[in-house]
Design a protein around this ligand. Structure first.
Ligand code: AMP
Ligand code: MG
Length: 498
């Protein structure tokens, strides 16, 4: 079906990535699907992007977001990249099932990529089928939008269509396509690809592109490429701190899943933990626990080092100088991470000022949470009320197997707070913004997906999304979504779903 867009405000695509040159991508059109059907549209994101969905019929939107209809101005492409997957270098990966339609300039003047994920084969599909199943697509929708509402940089989800076609995984599943929106899809792996090709011209083009697009303030500094490393480190140190402070486990922190824009990207087998456990892993493919919760900060440093290696020739023509300069930056990472982490944790405990012993106070809480299998989200949320003295202390203690361990810790915490000369309400307000009441608990995610995929009932998916859109206030209804899983509801593993 051809769209008549003559009298309509069509989506105004730009294609800055295309201008980089043919070595950066393969031009490829989405493979049409049989029976596209819209199952979810993100109206508020559409508004930010300047799209007015109301100008289109649902059927037209289904054609557009399935890739069956390419709007004028779009120049679809699959990006090439490489990457370290679980520590092993793969010299060529690339978008195997994602197709970038183009970019739009949003209402805040940011350039955003509009990409279809699950849109068919590309030259980078390798053994894959280029498709995505409805479950993982809805999973990415829920989690990315929840991350956004939590205030954590992330790619966004603009819409979901079902394709009317089956995809074959362990079993036959309904196919779907996610429209993903990002400040950029360039990855650490994109730099690795050109570094492996020893193509310095392309590396420079790519670095200049991301500086221009994502780091415009560093354009004029003396060594913008060294500064890019520093800024990337800064954004990701903040990002991973934010993950840690809501109990998020990405699950596949491969270098091809690390966005230069500083957004959380490529939601695969990611999950939020319930019971606090530094060694927690959900991903069915992470056998060694490489990407366990507590390893995320050090994996980030490893990934940053891989990035630094790619841009050494841009940092300084003399290799030894380049290495020394890059090392100087990377060596500051542990301190930088600790700075962000401590600042965030102080907020979580209602502390406005810093004292040297804060780290020990925070660590001792995490230690007793681990020992006593305390629920991460509930502990911190109940601490907000405990700080205000609004009588949840009993149920907070009950989250710990040995409630005495909490009582002992709380004495130190209260002594620490009392030195700040703030009111209980001051502490409460600070904490309430740092400790979400609701997160996408894994068992609820799975239940919402099962209803949608197995029964065609999107009710739980919609209810859950609505609750997750205001994570820092207790919902008035559906409070069952706040609770940790019962033993029989516990989800032990998540699957990539690729
Ligand atoms: P991921 O683990 O989802 O980040 O994907 C790793 C690589 O595999 C990327 O290059 C993807 O584009 C590719 N890939 C994942 N699933 C598929 C699929 N179903 N078809 C083709 N390529 C895929
Ligand atoms: Mg990926």
């Amino acid at each position: 079906m051809l769209l008549d867009t003559t009298n309509k405000k069509a989506i105004c695509f730009e294609n800055s990535y295309v201008l980089l040159g043919k070595e950066f991508y393969a031009s490829v059109k989405p493979t049409p699907v049989e029976m596209p059907c819209i199952v979810k549209l993100n109206y508020s994101l559409a508004l930010d992007l300047g799209f007015d969905f109301s100008e289109f019929e649902q059927g037209e939107l289904a054609e557009i977001f399935s890739g069956n209809q390419i709007l004028p101005g779009a120049e679809p492409l699959a990006m090439v990249y490489a990457g370290h997957q679980f520590g092993n270098l793969v010299p060529q990966l690339g978008d195997g099932r994602a197709i970038l339609l183009g970019e739009v300039i949003d209402n805040s003047n940011f350039r955003r990529d509009i990409q279809l994920k699950g849109a068919g084969l590309t030259p980078f599909s390798r053994q894959g089928d280029g498709r995505a199943a409805l479950g993982p697509v809805l999973r990415e929708y829920i989690i990315s939008e929840a991350m956004y509402a939590l205030g954590i940089p992330t790619t966004r989800s603009l819409g979901v269509v079902t394709t009317g076609e089956p995809v074959y995984r362990e079993k036959v599943l309904p196919g779907a396509i996610l429209t993903r929106v990002a400040l950029g899809h360039v990855r650490v792996g994109t730099f690795q690809y050109f570094s492996l090709q020893r193509d310095e011209t392309a590396l420079k083009k790519l670095a200049d592109y991301v500086i221009d697009r994502n780091y415009p303030l560093i354009k004029k500094v003396k060594n913008p490429y060294l500064k890019l490393l520093e800024e990337l480190m800064d954004r990701h140190a903040k990002l991973v701190t934010q993950w840690m402070q809501v109990g998020f486990i990405h699950g596949v922190m491969n270098t091809d899943n690390m966005a230069i824009s500083g957004e959380t990207i490529d939601y695969g087998p990611c999950a939020f933990m319930d019971t606090f456990d530094q060694t927690k892993v959900f991903s069915s493919i992470d056998h060694m626990g490489r990407y366990a919760y507590g390893n995320q900060p050090s994996i980030l440093q490893w990934n940053l080092a891989r990035f630094a290696e790619t841009i050494l020739p841009l940092i300084d023509k003399v290799p030894d100088h380049a290495v020394a300069l890059a090392n100087e930056v990377i060596e500051t990472y542990p301190e930088l991470f600790k700075y962000y982490w401590l600042s965030g944790m102080r907020r979580k405990l209602g502390l406005f000022t810093s004292e040297t012993e804060d780290e020990a106070l925070i660590q001792s809480l995490l230690d007793i949470m681990q020992e006593n299998e305390a629920d991460f989200t509930m502990t911190f949320r109940k601490l907000c009320y405990a700080a205000r003295g609004s009588g949840q202390e009993g149920s907070l203690r009950d989250l710990f197997k040995d409630s005495k361990s909490y009582k002992k810790w709380a004495l130190n915490w209260r002594a620490r707070m009392s030195r700040e000369l703030k009111t209980p309400d001051d502490h409460f307000e600070l904490m309430r913004q740092a400790n979400p009441a609701i997160i996408p608990r894994n068992h609820r995610v799975e239940q919402a997906l099962a209803s949608a995929v197995d029964d065609g009932d999107f009710g739980p998916f919609e209810t859950f999304l609505e609750l997750l859109s205001s994570p820092y206030v207790e919902p008035k209804s559906h409070t069952e979504y706040l609770a940790p899983p019962k033993p029989e509801e516990n989800v032990l593993q998540t699957f990539c779903g690729t």
